[in-house]
Design a protein. Structure first.
Lengths: 298, 436
């Protein structure tokens, strides 16, 4: 045993294999193999009720490109991601900067903003579903008080996407606020004090001190938020779920489209092709973000 | 006593204990079975079935899980093909066929087959809907098609007495029953139309289309297991136009910004709508002040009433298939059926039992079980691509509803129906199920 440890210490590679090997194996088993299998299935006509799938080449990909539902889901997902990433991160950054100015009370506000983050997605969305209700919803009640017409927030295809965006922002804002707050706390006060003496305004401090020093955190937040919102599913699914026979308009998003084709229509091969496209798209999007923001960080 | 003797007695005792533990009491069933139901309202009737089953089989344990329909479908889809589903799955006839075709369902044993084929025990069409290639794969549990729910107070207010009998009458009644505020905004739907949720949208649009065309959305082809759509025709376009006129223009009687369906009816925002019997207990609970009655599905050239069938099925991969079929049999008992009827509102499949006590308590159920002379019962297609087809056709129809440009535009409606027909054809072809 002792000689094994001595050898391991001498042989760096062996040491790394022994310590990281099990984790790597687990990662391969639960992440890499499913991705490889999904890639394989995307070239087959695999259906949940057809035991032996046959290879169909690029057929699933060809069908997907001609399928309006795929493009609708892709467009909706892109809109939700761009809107949510931009608004959530901007508002979270502004709020965390403002909170820094009231440092004594900031934990209370941070806690309040963090409550939606710890609320599970399903109950949080159900609450919003009621807020959006055409008759009893708080939002329409307020509109009624203002003598404005009721809105079919969840039945109107043009409005439902904004309803989803609002829920998503509300739900995730607190998380990114905390991330930015931690980043802000790591910026030494001395920079702000020096700039204050030099007569810099709050805006200039924000622009020339806060933003540049916070860029690594912004990069991290952008990547995490992009991945999160590209995979949005629960809000769309729960908001349009049926209640006594009156469901909402189904705002298609990519993951729902994958789920629907796989588990409702049983077209696992086709759903796998959609999953592969989503994976590649997220990877490309993240790489672009890395390139753009990391270059500036360096 | 020496050590060997003592050891011998101990072994004998242990063996007798083991033997006693493994013995089924009076041939009864032991162990646990799982049951999955496709609607949450099945909880109470299934609990009753569990009570009877465990009383008769004290060593048995039953776990019941009920879901919303779409979640249920996804759960079964993910588990049944890999042998991880429940021992008893309660599902509708289109799913039954789909899973039977894939060899996932166990053909029923002789005694169950005998029950299903007993004349007069079920609706005449039921045995064929729970069988695949001549083999029974499910035991009918419940079903029931739609009827017209109408608010009697609103009828009285509009000077209307009896429920509308024809498709044209429903239209006229809807216009009379709608309510608007001073600004002209609709505050009550004359007729609640299924405007969202595409799968149900196709089905409910089909209620009207069937009366014009005399055929369902998709019909059987000549070869077994083949189907073709019948959407690209004048009658289907008329059915679409009928709905569009109730959504746009001077006769507008429904709007997206109103509550819909059973929820809207219970909230008093809907004067009429077509739905199944489960609405009765729901409205009694959620809208106790709603004074309502039920009338038959409206007719036109044809008089067709939709129906469907939900059966208890047993997966071929199940480890306790015998116990599962026994449980399915217990689900057929009158005590269970009565709770199913009264509590969930779904119509029990058994036609050989008398439910007079329930009909006396709730006479409105009668409309759902007595088929009027001249009316024909129809079922949706059993194509294995049913969900995809109904969903995608429904998306096209409901997009048509939103298009005010289709008002009084029959050519536009024909185009929409052609698109729906082409989509349906393509789905059937891609599933190797197309055939005229």
């Amino acid at each position: 045993m002792n000689s094994f440890i001595r050898n391991a210490k001498k042989n760096h590679l062996l040491f790394v294999l022994c310590t990281l090997g099990p984790v790597l194996l687990l990662f391969i088993f639960i992440r890499i193999i499913p991705i490889i299998r999904t890639a394989y299935y995307s070239f087959t006509n695999y259906s949940l009720v057809i035991p032996k799938p046959a290879l169909v080449g690029l057929e699933n990909y060809k069908t997907m490109l001609q399928e309006p539902n795929f493009w609708e889901a892709f467009k909706n997902t892109a809109i939700i991601t761009l809107a949510c990433v931009f608004v959530t991160l901007t508002v979270a950054l502004v709020f965390s900067v403002l909170l820094r100015r009231i440092e004594r009370h900031s934990p209370i506000y941070e806690m309040l903003y963090f409550i939606p983050v710890v609320t599970p997605w399903v109950p949080a969305t159900v609450i919003w579903r009621w807020l959006y209700d055409v008759k009893f919803g708080l939002i329409n009640q307020v509109l009624e008080q203002l003598k404005l017409p009721n809105q079919a927030w969840l039945q109107n295809p043009e409005q439902v996407i904004y309803a989803i965006i609002l829920v998503s922002i509300w739900k995730t804002l607190g998380y990114y606020m905390i991330i930015f707050s931690v980043g802000l706390k790591n910026i030494p006060d001395i920079y702000y004090e020096a700039s204050y003496i030099d007569g810099a305004s709050y805006v200039k401090q924000f622009r020339f001190i806060t933003i540049p020093l916070l860029k690594p955190i912004v990069l991290f937040a952008m990547i995490m938020a992009s991945i999160q919102f590209f995979q949005t599913f629960t809000v769309s699914y729960v908001i349009s779920s049926e209640a006594q026979g009156s469901p909402s308009y189904e705002c298609k998003v990519m993951v729902w489209e994958i789920y629907r084709n796989g588990f409702n229509f049983y077209k696992m091969g086709y759903a796998s092709a959609e999953a592969m496209v989503l994976l590649v798209f997220i990877l490309i999007f993240i790489l672009i973000q890395f390139r753009v923001v990391r270059y500036e960080v360096e | 006593m020496n050590k060997k003797g003592l050891l011998g007695i101990c072994l004998l005792l242990l063996a007798s204990l083991l033997f006693a533990g493994g013995q089924k009491e009076g041939g009864a069933i032991a162990g646990k079975i799982n049951v999955w139901g496709c609607f949450t309202e099945l909880q109470k009737p299934l609990e009753k079935a569990v009570e009877i089953f465990t009383k008769e089989n004290p060593a048995a344990k039953v776990e019941v899980l009920v879901f919303d329909l779409r979640d249920f479908e996804a759960k079964v889809a993910a588990t049944a093909p890999v042998g991880q589903a429940a021992d008893v799955i309660i599902m509708d006839h289109s799913l039954t066929r789909r899973y039977a075709k894939a060899g996932i369902l166990e053909p029923a044993p002789a005694e169950i087959e005998q029950l299903v084929k007993t004349p007069g025990r079920y609706l005449t069409i039921a045995p064929s809907k729970c069988s695949y290639q001549g083999k029974v794969v499910g035991l009918p549990f419940f079903g029931g098609g739609p009827a017209l729910f109408y608010n009697k107070d609103y009828f009285a207010e509009a000077g209307l007495k009896d429920p509308p009998k024809t498709v044209d009458d429903v239209y006229k009644y809807a216009v009379k029953l709608r309510k608007m505020d001073a600004s002209g905004k609709l505050t009550r739907a004359g007729l609640s139309i299924r405007l969202t949720g595409p799968t149900g949208g196709t089905e409910k649009w089909g209620y009207i289309q069937n009366q014009y065309l005399g055929k369902s959305v998709v019909v059987d082809g000549k070869k077994d297991g083949t189907y073709y759509p019948v959407l690209d025709n004048e009658e289907s376009a008329r059915a679409l136009q009928w709905h569009i006129k109730l959504l746009h223009g001077p006769d507008k009687s429904d709007d997206w910004a109103l509550k819909h369906d059973a929820e809207g009816f219970a909230a008093g925002e809907v004067a009429m709508f077509n739905r199944e019997a489960w609405v009765i207990p729901l409205v009694k609970e959620k809208g106790p002040n709603i004074n309502f009655d039920v009338g038959y599905m409206q007719r036109d050239k044809y008089w067709r009433i939709y129906d469907w069938l939900v059966s208890a099925c047993v997966p071929a991969s199940g480890k306790k298939k015998g116990a599962a079929w026994k449980f399915a049999e217990v689900m057929q008992r009158k005590e269970v059926m009565e709770i199913l009827y009264l509590d969930s509102g779904w119509i029990p499949s058994r036609r050989d039992l008398s439910f007079d006590n329930i009909l006396a308590k709730e006479p409105r159920f009668k409309t759902f079980i007595v088929v009027p002379p001249g009316a024909e019962i129809y079922f949706d297609s059993t194509a294995s691509s049913y969900t995809e087809l109904w969903t995608k056709v429904g998306e096209i129809i409901q997009a048509g509803y939103r298009d005010a440009g289709l008002l009084n535009n029959m050519a536009g409606c024909r185009e929409v129906m052609k698109k729906a027909n082409d989509t349906a054809t393509q789905i059937l072809k891609s599933n190797n199920e197309y055939g005229e």
